[in-house]
Ligand binder design. Sequence first.
Ligand SMILES: O=C(O)CCC(=O)C(=O)O
Ligand SMILES: [Fe+2]
Length: 365
Amino acid sequence: MDSIAANLESSLSVPSVQELAFQRPEKVPPRYIRDEDGDDIIGTYPSEPSLRVPFIDMAKLVNANTHQHELHKLHLACKDWGVFQLVNHGVSNTSLKNMGNQVQRFFELPLQEKKRWAQRPGSLEGYGQAFVTSEDQKLDWNDMIFLKCLPIQNRKLDLWPQNPPEFRCGALLQLVIRETLERYSEDIRKVTISIVKFITMSLGLQDTQLSESFREGLYDTRMNCYPPCPEPERVLGIVPHADNSGITLLLDCADFPALQFLKDKKWVNVEPIEGAIVVNIGQIIEVMSNGIYKAPEHRAVVNKLKERFSIVTFCYPSPCTDIGPVDKLIREGEVAVYKKLTHAEYFTKFFNRDLEESFIDSLRV
Ligand SMILES: O=C(O)CCC(=O)C(=O)O
Ligand SMILES: [Fe+2]
């Protein structure tokens, strides 16, 4: 079948997976099954239990005595993996925990309540799904709420969940995604500016133009709920993809692995570590580094018994940054592998891409 590029800035509405899971079905509805008709996405690559995604210690990057060694580790992590677990990043455990608790509280609300913050036609923001463009498209085992967090003027606060405090089971419960996410997005912006500064150093760039462009950058947060699934080996929480961001910062709220990155044609689990933030390279840094660092393919699998939440922030440089290979990163004798686009052109291309084709390939010269 010929695939047709659709505008992906809005998504068809689909049933809530949480509601489906509440009914405790023995089998998964066909729209979620990925292993039929040779469409064996799940089993395409074996998993590799012995490999571990690298760790990067921000405190060691900052400390003059340990800087060089950790910077080299960062370079290898970005070049060979495109992903690492960041520790000692300066965001308090309390801030991370609050964010996780709030997301859990939101998804615990009855469906009708959650729908108060549902996506509206023509927009991806709010509670719903992303990138569903046809009635026969396979679906991810996932519900989400997507909110633009920074700059402040991009916030549509009427889609940010908030409820007055209530007593339930003897405890005072409050849904305060607004203030929690306001604070969390500021924390994420600080970490992003610092880690992008070190990433550009690890590429051998002396100036801080790129990291500074994240000060006025765009920060969009997707909060995911992956309900338990009766046939976890036949569905995907999130289909394999690479992120279109500069970098992505992910907070994994589970105590079991479900996020997987493709490394040397094998899926490698990310073991959730309390207090760590998973950082992956996005396609903007891939383009700017002229392919020295690549945006890795990743996916989420689901669990038979346990629900999982994740909080994913896509971080983009400021809208006045052009997206193309940085001149100093085109090595002698080499050429630019990617085109240069304005920020606006890049997003137009992304939202009008063909879902059957590789987005990064469409950016090649
Ligand atoms: O929730 C996860 O583990 C992965 C989410 C993800 O990759 C995304 O939202 O782009
Ligand atoms: Fe992703």
